[in-house]
Design a protein around this ligand. Structure first.
Ligand SMILES: *[C@@H]1O[C@H](CO)[C@@H](O)[C@H](O)[C@H]1NC(C)=O
Ligand SMILES: *[C@@H]1O[C@H](CO)[C@@H](O)[C@H](O)[C@H]1NC(C)=O
Ligand SMILES: *[C@@H]1O[C@H](CO)[C@@H](O)[C@H](O)[C@H]1NC(C)=O
Ligand SMILES: *[C@@H]1O[C@H](CO)[C@@H](O)[C@H](O)[C@H]1NC(C)=O
Ligand SMILES: *[C@@H]1O[C@H](CO)[C@@H](O)[C@H](O)[C@H]1NC(C)=O
Length: 487
């Protein structure tokens, strides 16, 4: 549901609320001091496909990977400070192999064809002519720009094995979308491909991948080479299990035994549950981290997937999230549900730049043209600029409140949203042994999903006893930083 609100109405509201005596709140949430939903690893973004188009743009690198302000289209944009980048190992090459060329879907979108480093099967040696390390320069450039700005967690991921390993030589998928498309004699070769890139990146790019993911939404049945618009490949769970074993071995044999195998990047929470339950104990023991995509939005059993992950001693990432709601409302809603029910230790947006509402900045990766910064960008910044790596994730007490604690700085961060009528939200800190200092300033930042404020900061909110409160217009998301808090 999209909301529209006129600027006049917002101004009127601001004038009215200034005259309202602050007496009590309409909704109260109590922040827990005892939960530990994990140590935050960071927020991130996948580099394919936008970095193939815009990988040389240092201003965009500043906007996404630093927290400084950057002038863009005449506007000062506060950086998101993302610290995770997912690098896509491509599946396309335009050479012939044994006289065969890549088969291309008639519907392919050119900006989504990512270059493969391995171009034929004749040698596994990265120094042989079977490997072309000069391709994909733009995505690689954005990877190093990200690192130079402080990104420190990198994942290597694949949407499809290189085309010449595929049964129909089409890196968009099988001809029916639901059949495995990796040739059975290439199960190990797909692992060799990814492990070789990881080793090469460590030796030549200064990039140490924390994890390698061999699949992308592998149980889904839409990876159809005859209609596909992007790279993709179906793997059933037994094939996934086989490839996971090979990937673990190939990483180990290259001295990368501490590089995690992540899996399986299923499209939904519920698919991730069923895949995990069918991989088998050998494969799950080789998975170092569970990755799931957030395309079930408000649906699905986040809690079940978390139980499985924590029971197995695995960390959990929402490794891909996106939608076309440029207002930011869906993003904030679903991200908050992730914090409260999925408990990921990282959260990765899909396309920083894209059209039709998907991008954080509107743009066209085919025409390499850029548009406006989306309201969704500012909504996301309410989280990424305040919930920082190393913080402990607490229970914010509701589906509309997220809390994180910096034990070194003794700082409590709260991000909250109001989907109801304009009202006060009241934050109860009485569970903390030191709930800040009564009378102390609580700086706040506000974005109004839809339209209105874009990460505007205010110094007008103070602790009163063990509480503080703030006025939220409908659709507002606010971040608060409370100092001198002790669990
Ligand atoms: C390539 O051709 C050679 C010689 O005909 C054959 O032995 C080999 O199996 C072929 N490889 C592939 C991947 O088609
Ligand atoms: C999974 O795919 C493999 C290879 O195509 C096939 O041999 C196997 O029977 C499939 N397993 C299931 C459970 O469908
Ligand atoms: C790219 O630009 C061309 C020419 O201006 C236009 O026809 C096309 O629709 C654009 N592509 C997209 C995806 O907007
Ligand atoms: C909070 O979210 C969970 C998970 O989506 C849902 O089951 C629950 O009903 C929600 N609670 C409220 C009060 O809306
Ligand atoms: C709030 O106070 C801090 C600390 O004094 C200051 O750095 C910041 O600029 C102030 N922000 C606003 C919006 O006044």
């Amino acid at each position: 549901m999209k909301r529209t609100m006129s600027r006049e109405w917002i101004l009127g509201l601001a004038l009215t609320t200034a005259m309202v005596p602050i007496v009590s709140a309409d909704l109260t949430t109590t922040i827990s001091s005892t939960t530990n939903w994990g140590t935050w690893e960071g927020f991130g973004v996948s580099l394919a496909w936008w970095a193939k188009a815009f990988g040389t743009r240092t201003d965009l690198a500043d906007i996404f990977f630093s927290t400084k302000s950057t002038t863009y289209n005449g506007q000062s944009i506060p950086g998101l400070g993302l610290t995770i980048a997912r690098y896509n190992a491509g599946a396309c090459s335009w050479n012939t192999v044994n006289g065969s060329a890549m088969v291309v879907s008639p519907d392919i979108i050119a900006s989504r064809q990512m270059d493969s480093y391995w171009i034929d099967w004749s040698s596994t040696s990265p120094s042989s002519s079977s490997w072309s390390w000069s391709v994909d320069a733009n995505q690689r450039n954005m990877l190093s720009l990200a690192k130079a700005r402080g990104a420190n967690i990198f994942e290597l991921f694949s949407n499809s094995p290189p085309w010449w390993m595929c049964l129909n030589h089409n890196p968009s998928g099988s001809n029916d979308g639901s059949s495995n498309n990796l040739q059975s004699w290439n199960y190990d070769q797909h692992a060799v491909y990814l492990a070789t890139i990881a080793e090469y990146a460590a030796q030549n790019w200064g990039i140490s991948f924390q994890s390698v993911e061999a699949f992308n939404e592998p149980s889904s049945d839409w990876w159809n080479g005859e209609t596909g618009t992007q790279e993709g490949c179906h793997f059933n769970s037994s094939t996934q299990a086989t490839v996971i074993g090979y990937l673990r071995s190939e990483l180990n044999s290259r001295g990368l035994s501490s590089t995690l195998v992540s899996a399986s990047d299923e499209n939904t929470y519920d698919l991730a549950v069923s895949t995990w339950n069918s991989l088998g104990s050998t494969a799950t023991s080789n998975v170092g981290r569970i990755n799931v995509h957030g395309y079930q939005y408000t649906g699905g059993r986040r809690d079940t997937l978390y139980s499985l992950a924590s029971g197995a001693g695995k960390r959990l990432w929402n490794s891909e999230y996106g939608e076309s709601d440029a207002t930011g409302e869906e993003l904030v809603t679903n991200l908050m549900l992730d914090f409260r029910w999925l408990h990921p230790t990282a959260w990765v947006y899909w396309q920083a730049i894209d059209g039709s509402g998907w991008g954080l900045i509107d743009g066209d990766n085919d025409n390499v043209s850029l548009g406006a910064v989306s309201q969704k960008y500012f909504a996301l910044s309410q989280f990424t600029r305040h919930i920082r790596p190393g913080m402990r994730i607490l229970d914010g007490g509701s589906n509309y409140t997220v809390a994180a604690y910096d034990s070194t700085a003794h700082k409590l961060v709260i991000v909250a949203a109001n989907w109801g009528t304009a009202q006060y939200l009241n934050f109860d800190l009485s569970k903390f042994s030191t709930p800040g200092v009564s009378g102390a300033l609580v700086p706040r930042w506000i974005t109004q999903t839809g339209s209105g404020d874009q990460y505007v900061s205010y110094n007008d909110t103070y602790i009163s006893g063990t509480k503080f409160w703030s006025y939220f217009p409908t659709g507002a998301v606010q971040s608060f930083e409370v100092s001198n808090v002790v669990l």
